[in-house]
Design a protein around this ligand. Structure first.
Ligand code: GLU
Length: 503
């Protein structure tokens, strides 16, 4: 265990809105948030949308919805504002240009007029940019301008030596400066590249810790050089381990992954719609590259905030076990108080059955059925199939296969007798409660000399239309005496028809 950090950190999540947020991105945001909260600092949301070609407007809405769903509220960001607004890079373009020009004035960056065709020629030969315009004379520059060529601003990277970046969990990462081929900082459309914008913003927004995916490791030395060129202190870098596909073989797919014949999506929105609880997803993702301790897999948000430290993040790539997420969701469902689970289930059940979610929250049937299904579901989406029978009229409970109404080792006629005997009990029993019903049906099983299991099957199918359903006497109670009798009557009629045609 590490001692809690004391100085408040400023940590940003800086996604590019190019598509729907996936679980890997959400894990980065979660670690950013955890560290900010652990240190009593700030969590900042910054939108890196300077690549206009890849911009997807739907993605921003999806991103914010997903973060809020997980409970990762940001202290500063596009919609909430903050001391360093705006937090959307395309709204900050004038700023980046200013800083790029400053580097040019200092001789640390230069205008490059190389045409797209010339660059393509280099690429075709497998060559990087050859710094051909790094030392243009004023006359040469004027000639290109006169030709009407557009210019980009490139960084004049050191031509020799090594740059070493320290990563808090990986140690030193070094590159030969000569391999940094004067990357573009400002494009000809006046927009910055990621490298310029990220460095300028991390500085201006006073970011202390950069926690981001390990795919950004190759960019870190360049960022460090840019911080040095501006004479700004660099933040602490922490490159988070990549999330692998469940097989552990490759990077998690951007499409669906198939595990044991079932499809799992990489997108957070599919978990929101798919009956997952934010607390379970939070807990699950916190285990992807960090661990609470050697034994505990299940912990609360508060416990994670209290203990989280970057020093404890493992740089090792982790496979994402989707089925474990499902299991964990079941654990969280079982831990919920009934009232909480009713609230969580209502929107799913309402959507499935075309009911009003708000009304359903207060519906006695859902309130009574919830504890009965709590142990049986791993996803909120699984409840409807177990309880839908309670929300439809008796006419909608049909028996397309009336043989299902026959108890084990019974004939159709015997099952019919059972239903009729049971109906006589239900008509009169006082009080009409699950324990009283259970006692009466046990006695019936003894009198009729039929095992309880076989005796109850006809009733289960009669009232729910299903062979697998929540506990029977509670289900009868949910329906009420009249409705229970109606359904038993309908089932008896179906059995009578069956008995008549098969005898
Ligand atoms: N905009 C980059 C992304 O889409 C952010 C990388 C970083 O955090 O520096 O992941």
């Amino acid at each position: 265990m590490t001692a809690p950090s004391t100085s408040p950190a400023r940590v940003r999540f800086a996604p590019s809105p190019t598509g729907f947020l996936h679980l890997g991105g959400l894990r980065t945001a979660l670690f950013d948030w955890l560290y900010a909260r652990h240190t009593g600092g700030q969590f900042i949301l910054r939108i890196e949308d300077t690549d206009q070609k890849r911009y997807n407007p739907e993605s921003l809405t999806d991103l914010m919805r997903s973060l809020r769903w997980l409970g990762l509220e940001w202290d500063e960001g596009p919609d909430v504002g903050g001391p360093h607004a705006p937090y959307i890079q395309s709204e900050r373009r004038a700023l980046y240009r200013e800083y790029a020009e400053w580097l040019v004035a200092q001789g640390k960056a230069y205008r490059c007029y190389t045409t797209e065709a010339e660059l393509e020629e280099l690429r075709a030969r497998g060559l990087p940019y050859d710094r051909r315009h790094r030392n243009l004379t004023p006359a040469e520059r004027a000639a290109f301008e006169a030709e009407g060529r557009s210019a980009v601003i490139r960084f004049a990277a050191p031509l020799s030596g090594t740059t070493t970046v320290h990563d808090a969990i990986r140690g030193n990462i070094s590159v030969e400066n000569a391999t940094i081929a004067d990357p573009v900082l400002l494009k000809s459309d006046g927009l910055p590249t990621y490298h310029l914008a990220v460095v300028v913003d991390d500085h201006l927004m006073e970011i202390t810790h950069v926690l981001r995916g390990e795919e950004w490791i190759p960019s870190a030395p360049l960022h460090q050089l840019l911080f040095e060129a501006f004479a700004w202190p660099a933040p602490i870098f922490v490159h988070l381990p990549v999330i692998l596909d469940p097989s552990g073989k490759g990077k998690m797919s951007k499409r669906k992954t198939v595990v044991d014949g079932r499809e799992f999506s990489p997108y957070v929105r599919d978990y929101m719609a798919g009956g997952y609880l934010p607390d379970a997803v939070f807990n699950f993702l916190a285990n992807m590259g960090w661990s609470f301790d050697a034994e505990r897999e299940i912990f609360t948000r508060e416990e994670a905030v209290a203990r989280f430290d970057v020093a404890d993040i493992s740089p090792k790539a982790t496979a994402l076990p989707f089925t474990k997420l499902e299991w964990m969701n079941g654990v969280y469902i079982r831990q919920m108080a009934t009232a909480q689970l009713v609230d969580a289930l209502a929107p799913y059940v309402a959507a499935d059955l075309g009911l009003d979610a708000e009304a359903l929250r207060h519906d006695r049937r859902l309130i009574e059925l919830t504890p009965l299904v709590q142990e049986r579901i791993k996803l909120l989406t699984e409840a409807t199939a177990l309880i839908d029978w309670a929300f439809v009229p008796a006419t909608q409970i049909t028996y397309p296969d009336p043989t299902q109404l026959i108890g084990k080792k019974l004939t159709a006629t015997e099952s019919l007798d059972v239903l009729e005997a049971g109906a006589r009990i239900i008509e009169r029993i006082e009080p009409f409660t699950p324990p009283a019903l259970e006692a009466a049906f046990r006695t019936l099983s003894e009198t009729m000399q039929i095992k309880v299991g076989s005796l109850l099957t006809p009733f289960r199918v009669a009232i729910t239309g299903k062979t697998v359903a929540p506990p029977l006497f509670e289900s009868m109670h949910v329906l009420g005496r009249e409705e229970t009798l109606t359904r038993i009557g309908n089932a008896a009629a179906a059995l009578r028809t069956l008995a008549a045609t098969t005898v």
